[in-house]
Design a protein around this ligand. Structure first.
Ligand code: ADP
Ligand code: MG
Length: 326
């Protein structure tokens, strides 16, 4: 039973960066306006995510880490309309099978918070500031091969920085920071802004922003397909060896390989130079058109009418690039 749980958990939490992504999404779900991430040894020794969100009630702490326990889904039908990012109640539970998890949290109006070394199921009163802090220590301590692989491969910290950067571009009113444990300087410090371009500038730098064009696509007249895309894409002056594709669908950070390929194809077909694009896209469509359960890590999505949506977006990018090229 516990081996089965551990294996399943290792599927949901594949690397330190996947743990960070889940924790940060929980903070955003909790309405946080500040999310601070601290990482030691690429996340293998320590991951700490602190937020100023609504916190977790003491009576909910013991069940937090049971699988399929979520506060975000009250009935099965909600699956069709769910807007929040998490809803499977598996992330925290999984982390407790493959790491040592401590949660410190306080809810509005409480005089003190609670701390629970989660597998202990014995929340103890403690001092706490607003929100929740989740600490994951010694990730994969009980998965020797996984730990070895991760230790040998380049550490996961760049991936973690990359995730936080992406979140910061989309959630412009949340102040994200990310640093190595003990470092004074943060590697991401987004601040809050009221403009997307400012957010991109704060995270990716002014030189990227200089080469961006705004793009919008909507297809709200179609009978069976209603979608909207807002974003920024690089122009002909932008130079990079690797594509940066920041994709949010219904406010969830996801990957869509076919959309990424299609976009890269348009760039290579239109622009003579070999530069890869910088793309930020936020796509909104009816929740029932998005299948987020395709993969346990919820990263790769598939969409209803995917080909047509990609075709529309491709056309729009093509038009933008043609205009800026002339
Ligand atoms: P899910 O996000 O799919 O609901 P998780 O395992 O990620 O599942 O989290 C389980 C539950 O713990 C959430 O539904 C939420 O109620 C609570 N929770 C986790 N992290 C936080 C946080 N940072 N702030 C407030 N509540 C949280
Ligand atoms: Mg979650």
């Amino acid at each position: 039973e516990s081996v089965v749980n551990r294996i399943a958990a290792g599927e949901v939490i594949q690397r330190p960066s996947s743990a960070v992504k889940e924790l940060v999404e929980n903070s955003i779900d909790a309405g946080a306006s500040t999310v601070s991430v601290t990482v030691k040894d690429g996340g293998l020794k320590l991951i700490q995510v602190s937020d100023d969100g609504h916190g977790i009630r003491c009576e909910d702490l013991p069940i937090l880490c049971e699988r399929h326990t979520t506060s975000k889904l009250s009935a099965y039908e909600d699956l069709q309309t769910i807007k929040s990012m998490g809803f499977r109640g598996e992330a925290l539970a999984s982390m407790t099978y493959v790491g040592h998890v401590t949660v410190t949290t306080i809810t509005e109006g409480q005089l003190h918070g609670y701390r629970d070394g989660v597998m202990e199921n014995d929340p103890k009163p403690c001092a706490a500031v607003k929100g929740t802090q989740v600490m994951v220590e010694n990730l994969f301590y009980n998965m020797v091969a996984r730990r070895k692989t991760l230790q040998n491969s380049n550490d996961d910290y760049p991936k973690i920085v990359d995730f936080i950067s992406r979140f910061a571009v989309h959630h412009i009113n949340v102040n994200f920071s990310c640093r190595k444990h003990g470092a004074n300087r943060a590697d991401v410090h987004s601040g809050t802004t009221s403009s997307r371009l400012d957010a991109i500038r704060n995270v990716y730098g002014a030189s990227v922003v200089r080469d961006l064009m705004e793009i919008q696509v909507s297809d709200e007249n179609a009978v069976d397909e209603i979608f909207k895309m807002d974003g920024f894409i690089s122009n002909a002056n932008y130079v990079a060896k690797k594509t940066t594709m920041i994709l949010f669908i219904n406010d969830r950070l996801v990957d869509c390989t076919s959309l990424k390929r299609a976009t890269e194809f348009v760039y290579s077909a239109i622009l003579p130079q070999a530069s890869k694009p910088f793309i930020y896209m936020s796509i909104n469509l009816p929740p029932e058109h998005v299948d987020v359960n395709i993969h346990p890590t919820k990263k790769e999505v598939s969409l209803l009418n995917q080909e047509r949506i990609i075709e529309k977006i491709k056309d729009a990018i093509e038009e933008k690039l043609m205009n800026c090229n002339n």
